[in-house]
Ligand binder design. Structure first.
Ligand code: ATP
Length: 450
């Protein structure tokens, strides 16, 4: 049951308008690595910002962290990644392509039909060397998840913030996995970004907190405009659970290739703190000052992918409408994640109007990402903004020079209002915050485009 948008359309829009480019494209690209272009970087920043606001800024019980990608190799022994983080792999003896053996339907190479080697475990962590000599003692790994940085800093955070249970640590950062099967654009790549929370709770309250976080995270996507019939919760069966997990549910999105994981919410029990205490020899517990009791908190982990969220928001927003024999492509992105919030479009390039428009532009861009476009017809310019999801356009014309008014045009309804320039900033702000644009300020007028 695929969604109504095909992946090719998303990939093509992203390439055409500068959301996402293949990495090192002039050298033919690098498999499953992607670069975010001028619009993509804004969208991605906004997604991360929306997450940070919801997870850290608007909560009393959360603090942020930014830990390093390279960590002590013992971290990965303690976490289980050195032993357990691997996929069964086979190689084709003729074309040398590698495949995950649990993905294969036959014992022949899916690409050339060649004979396959015996299956062997392949660790997904990228290995590199620290310092000047490439020897085993200097081996380090690029982190495959941001989570471990938060576990190993548990005591540091506790001591410096004096947080009481339950409390959480949030982190956004790059992770690396030498995935065997990649693909579906930015859905699965080898270098990606995660937004993870480690939420520390009293043992015995973990099931309630697990359910709380599942609902909280599900609602976060809905609040940013994800359609209800494109998102679902999927509980992991017992045999699917990772070695550390007491329970896990995925938040799935209906991507063009079908339902797939957007975020995982796991009840990790006390596994991580117990493991790191054992391997580091340090005490990683929590002193309940009232009862004088030392406890090892349980951890609930909502772990989301930035790139997968960006892809889901793009697929969710994509729309096409017939437009006088042509097609109007538009992105109904939620205003808080749209790359540009506003575009300033002067109806002419004539100097007096350009100066007037630039003035508005300079004032507004102190508050938002604002685009200025004075090339081609106004219709073409509106379409360009629609295609990149700009919620509001502001046009000024020669009349504006006389009556000091500007027209605001809404992406989704194509309705327009004309209001005094003095009201512009507050009206734009009201609309971007989700209020109805068509409550007119004093001296305003309304009509619909076309
Ligand atoms: P999958 O089963 O799809 O490989 P996973 O269960 O291994 O994912 P987790 O380890 O739970 O993923 O990672 C948490 C989140 O990080 C995922 O929900 C996803 O959004 C993101 N993520 C994981 N691996 C990748 C990847 N290779 N590329 C992009 N995002 C990823």
């Amino acid at each position: 049951m695929p969604t109504n948008v095909e992946m090719e359309k998303i990939v093509s829009l992203c390439r055409r308008r500068g959301f996402v480019f293949p990495s090192s494209e002039i050298y033919g690209g690098l498999s499953s690595c992607w670069d975010y272009g001028p619009l993509g970087v804004e969208l991605k920043r906004n997604v991360k910002e929306a997450w940070w606001k919801a997870m850290v800024q608007n909560r009393d019980d959360m603090v942020g962290l930014d830990t390093s990608i390279l960590m002590h190799p013992q971290v990965w022994a303690a976490s289980g990644h050195l032993d357990g983080f691997s996929d069964p792999l086979v190689e084709c003896k003729s074309c040398h392509l590698r495949w995950r053996s649990d993905d294969l339907e036959s014992d022949k190479c899916p690409s050339c039909g060649g004979e396959l080697t015996e299956s062997r475990q392949f660790n997904l962590m990228f290995k590199t060397f620290m310092g000047s000599t490439e020897e085993e003692a200097n081996e380090v790994y690029l982190r495959p998840e941001t989570a471990q940085g938060m576990f190993v800093n548990f005591q540091n955070v506790l001591q410096t913030t004096r947080k009481k249970l339950p409390f959480g640590i949030a982190q956004i950062g790059k992770s690396f996995r030498n995935e065997i099967t990649t693909g579906n654009f930015i859905f699965r790549s080898r270098e990606f970004e995660q937004m993870e929370v480690e939420y520390f709770v009293k043992p015995g309250t973990d099931e309630n907190w697990f359910n709380y976080w599942l609902e909280e995270r599900y609602n976060w996507y809905l609040n940013l405009g994800i359609k209800k019939d494109s998102i679902r919760l999927r509980k992991h069966a017992e045999k699917e659970l990772a070695h550390y997990a007491k329970a896990c549910s995925d938040i799935d999105y209906l991507f063009p290739m079908g339902w797939a994981e957007l975020e995982g919410v796991a009840n990790r029990g006390d596994f991580d703190l117990v493991q790191h205490a054992k391997h580091s020899g340090k005490t990683l517990n929590y002193l309940n000052k009232e009862t004088k009791e030392h406890i090892v908190p349980n951890i609930i982990e909502p772990s989301a992918g930035v790139d997968r969220s960006v892809l889901a928001f793009l697929c969710n927003a994509y729309d096409e409408e017939p437009d006088k024999g042509d097609t109007r492509v538009l992105l109904h992105l939620h205003p808080s994640i749209a790359p540009y919030k506003i575009a300033i479009l002067p109806l002419s390039k004539k100097e007096n109007l350009a100066t007037f428009a630039k003035d508005i532009y300079t004032n507004l861009r102190k508050h938002w990402m604002v685009n200025y476009d004075d090339t081609q017809s106004i219709g073409r310019r509106y379409r360009r903004q629609d295609e990149t999801g700009t919620p509001l356009c502001v046009t000024v014309d020669f009349q504006s020079l006389e009556d000091n008014k500007a027209t605001i045009r809404d992406r989704d309804t194509m309705r327009q209002i004309r209001i005094p320039i003095d009201e512009l900033k507050t009206t734009l702000q009201t609309k971007l915050e989700g209020e109805d644009l068509f409550v007119l300020p004093p001296g305003g007028q309304i009509w619909k485009e076309g």
